[in-house]
Structure formats: C-alpha cells, structure tokens
Design a protein around this ligand. Structure first.
Ligand code: ADP
Ligand code: 5GP
Length: 222
C-alpha cells in the first residue's frame, strides 16, 4: 500500500523529520560490523555509514575509503588539530575519529547516519547532539562465544585477540550509557530488533516537530 493511500493524500509526517545518528557499539567481536553491513545492504532504510579515519593497520578484508580511511598518525593529528572530527578516541592503542563534514551534510538532508564507534566516541556525540542520537550496545551471548567469534574471524593475531578480550570486559561495563542493549545470539533476531528500534526512533514526535505542527494545523482547519 502506498503512503498516499494510507495518508489520504497528505504528505506523511515522517518525511519532514530531522536526521538521526544511530550508533552501534560493542566489544570487538560481538557483531556490530556484521549488523552494520546488513543495515547498509537494505537500501530502503536509506542509512549512510560514517566512515571513520583510523591510524590502525588495514586488515586484509578491508578497503580504504569503504571500511575506514586509513591515515597516518600525522594526518590524524592534523585533522584533530583543525577540529575536523565530530568525535575521536584512542582504542586498543590506535586512533579513530569520525570526520564531521560528511555527517553534517547527510543530517542536513533529513537523512540518518550510522556509526560503528566505541563508548568514548558515543559519549562525545551524545554531548554534542543529545536529541539526535540513538545508541545501541551489542553484547555477545557468552565470553566463550566472543573468543570463538574473534578466532573464527581470523583477522587478528592471538596477542591482539587476548588484548581485545581484556578490553571487552571493561567495555561491557559501559552498558548503562546506552539507550538499548541487545544480546547478539541469533543474528537474524538481533537484526530484527535493530530494525524495530530504528523504526520507532524515526517516528519520535520530537524529530518531526515542524511537520507535525503543520499537519495538526491543517487537520484542525478542516
Ligand atoms: P565486531 O564488528 O563487533 O568486532 P563482527 O561483526 O566482525 O564483530 O563479528 C565477529 C565475527 O562473529 C564475524 O566472523 C561474524 O561473522 C561473527 N558473528 C557476528 N554475529 C554473529 C552471531 N549472531 N552468531 C554467530 N556469529 C556471529
Ligand atoms: P576495529 O579496529 O575492530 O575496526 O575497531 C575497534 C574499535 O574502535 C571498535 O569498538 C569500533 O567501534 C571503534 N571505532 C571505530 N571507528 C571509530 C571512531 O571513528 N571513533 C571511535 N570513538 N571509535 C571507533
């Protein structure tokens, strides 16, 4: 059924809303990259990924400009000095930051931006734009499974995996800073939960204040 049919010819209120920033965070290996990929593959969701810049080495499966912008420490310091990051953080000994300009361009069109960033970055974005941020924390079902996923991903050395597992225990304790906490046991089930959150958050009155005002005024003028 088209929106015209459901809305009796009126413009759907949702089209006049502000863009939101959807942040997925998790300890490494819990599944946020996989969920991010699934969200981006569904074009009807119209989500734009904020591609972070990082000083970390590229993994064999990663493409520069798609998964990250791989930059030198000097380049990172220059961008940070010129306030080109919406947020930035040091994670596992590497630097990561979300370039500000592309995010602002997408939000200005009333469209949504997806972030895969850690809790430090999440807090910075929330402080800057508290009304426009939705945060989801992804947990693994067990620590044993988390190790298994990191090992099966086969992208990191044993030493790096140990470091990520130690960090995971600290990161998991940040769960109270997030709007939603999901346990990623069954991937399809978790994905559906993320879609439910996104759908509800897009409908929040505060994001469509102007459009709702216009609609209600029109309604009451009938
Ligand atoms: P993160 O981005 O959080 O570090 P990834 O998305 O790379 O994690 O997932 C780590 C590994 O676990 C990948 O090999 C991925 O295919 C696998 N994985 C993700 N979610 C699930 C799940 N629900 N069940 C089983 N394996 C999963
Ligand atoms: P990875 O090296 O596994 O790709 O990412 C390591 C961690 O850095 C993950 O928790 C990821 O969410 C986080 N991260 C990636 N990009 C950014 C970013 O731009 N800012 C912040 N704060 N964290 C990031």
């Amino acid at each position: 059924m088209s929106s015209t049919q459901t809305n009796h010819g009126a413009k759907p209120i949702e089209t006049g809303r502000r863009g939101l920033m959807l942040i997925l965070s998790s300890p490494s290996g819990a599944g946020k990259t996989t969920l991010t990929r699934m969200l981006l593959q569904d074009k009807s969701l119209d989500l734009t990924l904020s591609v972070s810049s990082t000083t970390r080495e590229r993994r064999s499966s990663e493409v520069d400009g798609i998964h990250y912008h791989f930059i030198s420490r000097d380049q990172f310091d220059r961008m940070r000095g010129e306030d080109e990051f919406l947020e930035w953080a040091e994670v596992h000994g590497n630097f990561y930051g979300s370039p500000r300009a592309p995010v602002e361009a997408v939000l200005a069109q009333g469209r949504d931006v997806l972030f895969d960033i850690d809790y430090q970055g999440t807090q910075q974005v929330r402080r800057k734009a508290p009304d426009d941020v939705v945060t989801i924390f992804i947990l693994p079902p067990t620590m044993k499974e988390l190790r298994g996923r990191l090992e099966r991903r086969a992208e990191d050395s044993a030493e790096t995996i140990d470091k990520r597992l130690t960090n995971a225990r600290h990161e998991i304790q940040r769960w109270t800073s997030y709007d939603y906490v999901l346990v990623n046991d069954d991937l399809q089930h978790t994905y559906k939960q993320v879609l439910t959150i996104l759908a509800a958050e897009r409908l929040r009155r505060a994001r469509s204040q102007d459009a709702v005002t216009k609609f209600v005024n029109q309604l009451l003028s009938e």
